[in-house]
Design a protein around this ligand. Structure first.
Ligand SMILES: CC(C)(COP(=O)(O)OP(=O)(O)OC[C@H]1O[C@@H](n2cnc3c(N)ncnc32)[C@H](O)[C@@H]1OP(=O)(O)O)[C@@H](O)C(=O)NCCC(=O)NCCS
Length: 187
């Protein structure tokens, strides 16, 4: 395995209360080594655009342009299929909103790779990254309420959400007809 495949993210300053994330070593019978998680690189941007905007075209998530992804590349984590030449088959991002909260954005698993535990592994990876940053809660806007509920997120009413979570809404094509739900997980 290449040295830059990091799972979970390095923790230079372990704290005593930290909960270790363990990952399944099998993904539907396939070795997880074939699906490594790592931080995204600039060379990944074209594949990230295709993955995210394929779902955005179906109104399942927000579209992203190259400028947004380049500027926020350090937010993204990706999973590749090593048996398919390292093709990126899943991504998700962690965007710090404030001292106490980070948002999970752009969770996208290639349709051929869904329901194989990749989304769960990505959220665990991003959660561990948030914990190491000292963030206390995770937030997401999503149409996939059941997926995030399985991972422990709970739905919040709009007026229970802190103002910071609305920062992207003015740029959102769904601004006047938002159908996403806000969900929170204390970590
Ligand atoms: C939603 C999505 C991220 C889930 O990823 P995934 O890799 O298929 O999910 P996993 O296999 O890791 O499933 C994790 C858990 O969620 C459940 N789950 C996954 N997708 C689900 C769905 N659409 N409805 C209900 N439950 C779902 C699984 O059954 C599993 O539960 P279990 O472990 O208790 O059995 C993926 O389907 C996707 O990319 N969808 C299109 C884009 C999208 O909607 N993104 C999220 C909004 S930003």
């Amino acid at each position: 395995m290449a040295a830059d495949y990091i799972e979970p993210p390095p923790n230079d300053a372990p704290d005593k209360g930290r909960v270790e994330v363990t990952y399944p070593d099998a993904v539907n019978g396939e070795s997880a080594a074939h699906f490594p998680i790592r931080k995204a690189r600039v060379a990944d941007v074209q594949e990230l655009l295709e993955l995210v905007n394929g779902f955005a075209a179906q109104n399942l998530m927000l579209p992203r342009g190259p400028q947004y992804i380049f500027e926020n590349i350090r937010d993204y984590a990706v999973i590749s299929d090593e048996a398919a030449g390292g093709r990126i088959v899943a991504c998700g991002s962690l965007h710090v909103l404030w001292g106490d909260m980070a948002e999970i954005r752009s969770m996208a698993i290639d349709p051929d790779y869904q329901h194989r535990g990749l989304g769960r592994r990505l959220v665990a990876y991003l959660k561990e990254e948030a914990r190491q940053l000292g963030v206390k809660s995770l937030f997401t806007f999503t149409l996939s309420e059941e997926f995030f509920a399985r991972l422990g997120f709970t739905r919040r009413l709009r007026d229970e959400l802190p103002p910071k979570v609305w920062s992207e809404c003015s740029r959102c094509p769904k601004y006047f007809k938002c159908d996403e739900v806000g969900m929170v997980l204390e970590i």
